[in-house]
Design a protein around this ligand. Structure first.
Ligand SMILES: Cc1cc2nc3c(=O)[nH]c(=O)nc-3n(C[C@H](O)[C@H](O)[C@H](O)COP(=O)(O)OP(=O)(O)OC[C@H]3O[C@@H](n4cnc5c(N)ncnc54)[C@H](O)[C@@H]3O)c2cc1C
Length: 455
């Protein structure tokens, strides 16, 4: 095969995509602007540099992060294989020697006969669009400003976000529905929301804890635009004791069916998916540390045992409005030869970035061969994340990582979390193995074992 594909960005997603295509005989032109031009957080010139923690999260097979690694190894991920080769001891997590890891990825791609590594900032999107040749854009959360401007020109300002201000998401089975009630404000458009009513004392306690809680201090490059556009819940609480009660926690238009009264304040939970397996705490975008989020948000009635599928975060982060502009295979609906991968799609996390690079490569390869892009089954953690991210009905899209809150519900989910997760994991393993079997024509690279912790 002599087709060529341009990949922009040699981070985790771009490196995996380049490697996958190159192994299948496709010629890859991989653009990486570092070390000539740095992002605010990268430090060196190697590909696949980890910008923060050196951990790719859990190796516990029963967690969603563990299941993702099983799926990646089953589909023959090359970058995950490098992570396993450069692993350092880290208890139950897959942590790597970050320099050795990035070096291994870089040397492998530099030596690959089908990869041309171009150390330049890519700023020629209009010309690429004109040429209509296949492209994977994987420039990450800190896409260079010149390219970002071209993306705004192509997609429109409203289809791009420049920071994430995500509220926490909790798993539905962990909520105490005896203490919550379904209702929409003024009973408009169905009882879509789950509402947590707070008494005056409960509200006072919550506000006090929010104002005193430990916060993550954002880096200077993140603060200005971010806080102008969206205030973290703890900052709103600091601005006045009753501000939240007149804002996100206002009780107007709601009546607790158990008392027939309007509560003092209400926390609203909005479903994250059609199946209602996970709920978002409306208005709770936050900069609190994860530990503090767990402690304080569990003070909300009905959330005492809440399992968090995603904690709230606020970061500088460029990402496209995936549900609105991308297809199920992350191709731009208006220009299907342009595919997005990595965190710029709003999927979040190192392993997720690797996975989306792999998937973009599979989809691009299928199309080069005149075949339909594959769809990962929604029973896999990766397939469920992709289905979530590309669901056109999703409003207020915020970055998401793999988790069991957004996976297709089991027909009879075990009540206990450990058993429920084990069941999800078993189903995901079967689904990804079946996918591999059915997609032999994609020439999947060999699967390899991952040293999981024994459940
Ligand atoms: C500050 C910060 C901390 C994070 N910490 C973690 C963490 O601890 N754990 C975790 O799981 N996830 C973390 N993430 C989220 C995410 O997993 C990582 O950002 C991940 O690296 C995303 O992979 P990627 O391939 O999409 O982007 P990146 O790894 O950022 O790669 C994108 C590449 O594109 C290059 N590039 C950008 N513009 C251009 C251009 N115009 N031309 C050529 N090259 C270009 C960049 O130099 C970069 O090498 C963090 C994100 C941020 C912003």
């Amino acid at each position: 095969m002599s087709e060529s594909v341009t990949i922009i960005g040699g981070g985790l997603a771009g490196s995996e995509a380049a490697w996958q295509l190159a192994e299948r005989g496709v010629l890859v032109r991989l653009y990486e602007m570092r070390p000539r031009r740095q992002t605010p957080v990268h430090r060196g010139g190697d590909l696949a540099e980890l910008v923060c923690s050196n951990s790719l999260k859990s190796l516990d097979a029963n967690t969603a992060a563990g299941a993702l690694k099983y799926e990646l190894s089953t589909l023959g991920s090359q970058v995950l294989r490098c992570a396993l080769e450069t692993r350092v001891a880290a208890g139950g997590a897959l942590a790597v020697d970050r320099e050795a890891f990035a070096q291994l990825v870089t040397e492998s791609l530099e030596a690959h006969p089908n990869v041309e590594l171009i150390r330049e900032e890519f700023t020629a999107l209009p010309a690429l669009i004109e040429a209509q040749s296949p492209v994977i854009l994987a420039t990450g959360p800190l896409t260079s400003s010149a390219l970002e401007e071209q993306l705004v020109g192509l997609l429109g300002q409203e289809s791009l976000a420049f920071f994430d201000a995500a509220a926490p998401v909790v798993e539905a089975p962990s909520l105490d529905t005896e203490r919550l009630f379904f209702q929409s404000r003024y009973d408009k458009s169905g009882a879509d929301y789950l509402n947590a009513p707070l008494t005056r004392e409960e509200y006072d306690h919550l506000v006090r804890e929010l104002t005193e809680a430990q916060r993550v201090i954002p880096r200077s490059f993140e603060t200005a635009e971010l806080f102008q556009a969206c205030q973290p819940v703890e900052e709103v609480a600091r601005s006045g004791h009753d501000t939240l009660r007149h804002g996100a926690l206002k009780p107007v238009g709601l009546r607790d069916p158990r008392t027939g009264q309007r509560p003092w304040a209400v926390v609203q939970l909005r479903p994250e998916n059609n199946e209602g397996t996970a709920y978002n705490l409306v208005g709770f975008q936050t900069n609190l540390t994860f530990g503090e989020q767990e402690r304080i948000f569990r003070l909300i009635p009905g959330l005492e045992q809440a399992v968090f599928s995603r904690f709230g975060v606020m970061h500088r982060n460029t990402f496209v409005n995936t549900p609105r502009v991308l297809s199920r295979s992350f191709a731009l609906r208006s220009h299907p030869f342009l595919r997005f991968a990595g965190q710029i799609t709003g999927t979040e996390g190192y392993a997720e970035a690797i996975a989306s690079g792999l998937f973009a490569a599979l989809a691009t390869y299928a199309e080069l061969r005149g075949l339909e892009a594959p769809v990962l089954p929604v029973e896999t953690v990766l397939g469920s994340l992709f289905a979530y991210a590309t669901n056109p009905g999703l409003e207020d899209y915020q970055p998401m990582h793999v988790n069991y809150g957004i996976i297709k519900a089991l027909p009879a989910p075990p009540r206990r979390k450990k058993e429920r997760y084990a069941a999800y994991r078993q189903r995901a393993c079967v689904a990804v193995e079946a996918f591999r079997e059915q997609h032999r024509f994609l020439s999947l690279l060999p699967a390899y074992p991952v040293p999981f912790l024994e459940p």
